[in-house]
Design a protein around this ligand. Sequence first.
Ligand code: HEC
Ligand code: HEC
Length: 311
Amino acid sequence: MKNELKILGVVVIFTAILYWGVEPFAHTQMHKHVDGEHFAYSDLNESTKKGNVENGKTLVMGAGACTGCHGIQAVAHKAPMDAATAVSAYGVNPPDLSTAGGLYSEKFLANLIENPAHALKVEHKFDAAKGKMHPMPAFYGAGGDKAQEIADMVAFLKSIAPKEISPKNAYLDACGRCHANRYGKLDQLGETPTFKSETDTLKHKVAVLEYQDKLKAYMGKLPPDLSIIIRARSEHFLETFVENPQSQLEGTSMPRVGLSAEGFEKVKAYLTQTGDPSKTAREAIGPWVLLFTLVFTVLAYLWKKSMWKDH
Ligand code: HEC
Ligand code: HEC
């Protein structure tokens, strides 16, 4: 008996060392811990101007030139180019701006319009001084107070954003132009259609491959499929990486997307849905399992008492 206890003690001690000592230590060495700032973007300039929606609309649809590259379905403005033409021109298909005011931080949007490469944290790739321009041009002003004009455009984008943006649309607009999600049946061109004929299926595949080739040239590599990223990486990694990709992968070409905290929750909800589809069902079952265990324990106890009452 004494020996068994000693062996048990040794096993417990070594397991504890492995569990609390070695594994977390290896983890901190392999993945640097990054503290997020909850999508505050404290490095960007704060604007104090109050935007005028009407003037913002005039600018976005006119002198701001946004609609020359972006579609805005919310105001029935179709994208000026199809995805294949756009990816050839810019390296990536500019997203529809209908949801931008709802997904991205207001502060980020203002900074993006003023200086895209800076807001997106890709100045290491795009340096205007060296003639390397970001495909989205900086806004130089339309003749009035530039800061006011920017605030107006942001106000307009916020005014057209739908009150409810579905997790899937959030993902499509914020990440979908670069990342496929096979489990969600999405490729970089949007939802992957199911075709009756093999020829059409192959044609679509070729179109996706051609898009990916151009995207690869623009990004330096093909952005990975995000189907199960929520399980491959921790939520903390995902949040801090999206908030600032440079924090964990210095020099990466993935832009800082500029989501607000709510926008990120939407994207995360979609990635949870595709990466771990049974999560909600599993969590819903939890309380019932606990309840069952409790009821069963009580019954077992009563049964034991009744069996032993004569002894
Ligand atoms: C010459 C084309 C062009 C013009 C003009 C343009 N954009 Fe863009 N925009 C792009 C491209 C290309 C991207 C995608 C860049 C990337 O993902 O690397 C983009 C990305 C964006 C994004 C998404 C950024 C993110 O965080 O992921 C927003 C929002 C946006 N543009 C808003 C605007 C607004 C508002 C205007 C007008 C003031 C505008 N754009 C004008 C080409 C353009
Ligand atoms: C303009 C293209 C672009 C957009 C938009 C974009 N990404 Fe990326 N993303 C990339 C590229 C390129 C990489 C590969 C980075 C590398 O290895 O340097 C990447 C890598 C990642 C990774 C790292 C994967 C890993 O395990 O290392 C995650 C996570 C990620 N992206 C999430 C997102 C999410 C979530 C969104 C939308 C909110 C998004 N990305 C939007 C281009 C993009």
